[in-house]
Ligand binder design. Structure first.
Ligand SMILES: Nc1ncnc2c1ncn2[C@@H]1O[C@H](COP(=O)(O)OP(=O)(O)OP(=O)(O)O)[C@@H](O)[C@H]1O
Length: 251
């Protein structure tokens, strides 16, 4: 597929998610969370294009949380945002210091860092008058989380495409929920989109459990070609009657 066809496909899938879950409404001011990685850049391009053609009015406000790790390349992020016609909002946190001081032994560095970042995103959304926060999680992220939670946490849950944040103020949206990661990989490579990583000292050991889920799904895909769609459908087709949760059913 060429660059345009790939982008059209990604845009169609994101547009479907926006419609299915009512992700964007009139006069929304959406904080678009930009890590500098492929997923968030793709989300920004798609939302910008959908915004251009939308029958309703909404605004996009890209925001990057600088986690404070040495080497985090804010210059590339600012430059690319400016090139795309946006103003860069950078918020610097002392993430590394907080993590080093408060992370309990055995807890996940990445998960702790993500929680801190989420807090910083909500605070920034409030400061900038944004009622929504858009995150770049794609279909593979959703189904990996579904498996991770079953295998390691003993819950049947994943990530919602639309969820009121814990602070009760902002709504988190995930417009790439239907977009497979390989489409994003291919499109960002063809389009020469810059890739900035978080420069975290744990980067090489990062998310090993998630990586395991990724490999497992890839392995099974040989045998079950529709596995990703099937897992996506499982999240849309919960049958509490056939589960064991006493909170969902009287026994
Ligand atoms: N430093 C950050 N500043 C702002 N938003 C962030 C930051 N890091 C992550 N996010 C948001 O959270 C989403 C999920 O983060 P995660 O660390 O899982 O990234 P990822 O799957 O590698 O995505 P990406 O390719 O965008 O980096 C990102 O797509 C982005 O929207």
């Amino acid at each position: 597929m060429n660059e345009q066809k790939l982008f059209d496909k990604i845009k169609r899938l994101a547009g479907k998610a926006v419609g299915d879950f009512n992700l964007i409404e009139e006069n929304d001011r959406i904080l678009v969370a930009i890590s500098g990685g492929k997923d968030s850049w793709t989300m920004l391009h798609v939302l910008k294009e959908l915004c251009r053609r939308a029958p309703i009015h909404y605004e996009l406000v890209p925001v990057t949380i600088n986690p404070g790790f040495d080497g985090f390349d804010t210059a590339t992020i600012t430059h690319y945002l400016t090139e795309q016609g946006f103003t860069a909002h950078l918020e610097t946190t002392n993430g590394e210091e907080v993590i080093n001081a408060h992370l309990r032994p055995g807890s996940s560095y990445c998960a702790f860092c993500a929680r801190l970042r989420r807090g910083a995103l909500y605070t920034t959304a409030q400061k900038l008058g944004c009622n929504k926060v858009a995150l770049g999680h794609h279909l593979d992220d959703h189904i990996e989380t579904l498996l991770l939670n079953q295998f390691y946490s003993g819950t049947i849950s994943a990530m919602s495409p639309k969820l009121l944040a814990d602070n009760g103020e902002q709504t988190v949206i995930r417009p790439l929920v239907y977009v497979e990661e390989h489409l994003i990989d291919q499109w960002t490579a063809l389009r020469n989109i810059p890739r900035v990583d978080c420069s975290c000292p744990m980067l090489v050991r990062r998310d090993q459990k998630r990586q395991r889920m990724k490999v497992l799904i890839e392995e099974l895909q040989g045998e079950i070609p529709q596995i990703k769609n099937s897992l996506l459908n499982a999240m849309r087709n919960v049958q509490p009657r056939h589960l064991l949760d006493k909170n969902l059913k009287d026994f």
